[in-house]
Write a protein that binds this ligand. Structure first.
Ligand SMILES: Cc1cc2nc3c(=O)[nH]c(=O)nc-3n(C[C@H](O)[C@H](O)[C@H](O)COP(=O)(O)O)c2cc1C
Length: 230
């Protein structure tokens, strides 16, 4: 290992270091080795080819942008009306950081949480997202399969493309979400489906139904009924 003094005194070592830094920061290095590299891995620029390559969820967003039909993209990406809640949620999330604790053995950590008497491997929960077949033909079944593999909790929306029975058949931990509604018969029917599958928890989304202005989304031709809050 050369000392800094030797490096400064020897321009060729300095040049080699600069060259190495340049190569490592280059996308081609990433492509050759398959390793994520700093310059290539910034959330703004990278488009991962597989989910495993993605460093965070925001990179997957880029993949969705490239592959989804524009109206579906807008359906997912936009919040209601001016999107202020969505923007402030993101601002608050950005305040959080991972606290680095060096020299601590993290080879065996326990991230599990207990909710309503059941234990889950981590506090990551799949929030209810309706109509997932608009995004992928396998819709909620693909999501449920992925969640079940890791025993992560999924909350199935009452607005799913596949029935709750089909999603429950996959066998992972599953809660059921319903919107509040004045149509009690429909609510009772939905509830009976969840009961039949022994869903242990019912998540009630209380919303004010309104017609979104659509002004935030040039992709919407037809105005949509969207929840004002969840
Ligand atoms: C495309 C899409 C569909 C959603 N569908 C539902 C739904 O059917 N039921 C529900 O309670 N919430 C639904 N939500 C709200 C989410 O469950 C979640 O509460 C919301 O996206 C805020 O969480 P986030 O900040 O992690 O996105 C949906 C959100 C999106 C983006």
């Amino acid at each position: 290992m050369k000392t800094d003094k030797e490096v400064i005194l020897n321009p060729s070592i300095l040049a080699r270091r600069e060259l190495l830094k340049f190569i490592i920061a280059s996308p081609f290095y990433g492509a050759m080795t398959g390793f994520p590299v700093p310059g290539f891995a910034t959330p703004d620029r990278a488009i991962p080819e597989t989910a495993r390559q993605a460093l965070n969820i925001f990179q997957i967003k880029r993949v969705a942008r490239e592959n989804l039909p524009i109206p579906v993209w807008h359906f997912i990406i936009n919040g209601s009306d001016d999107g202020k809640t969505m923007a402030s949620n993101r601002d608050v999330f950005d305040e959080w950081e991972l606290r680095v604790r060096r020299m601590i053995d993290v080879s065996n950590i326990d991230t599990s949480v207990e909710l309503f008497g059941d234990k889950f491997p981590s506090p990551i929960i799949l929030a209810p997202v309706g109509a997932q077949q608009r995004i992928h033909p396998e819709g909620e079944l693909a999501t449920a399969n992925a969640a079940a593999k890791r025993k992560q909790l999924m909350i199935a929306s009452m607005m799913t493309s596949y029935s709750f029975t089909e999603i429950a058949a996959i066998g992972g931990p599953l809660w059921f979400q319903m919107y509040s509604s004045p149509y009690t018969e429909m609510m009772e029917h939905m509830l009976s489906l969840a009961e039949a599958e022994n869903a242990p928890v019912l998540v009630l989304t209380v919303i004010r139904l309104l017609v979104a202005t659509g002004k935030e989304s040039a992709g919407f031709v037809v105005k949509q009924i969207k929840p004002a809050c969840a």
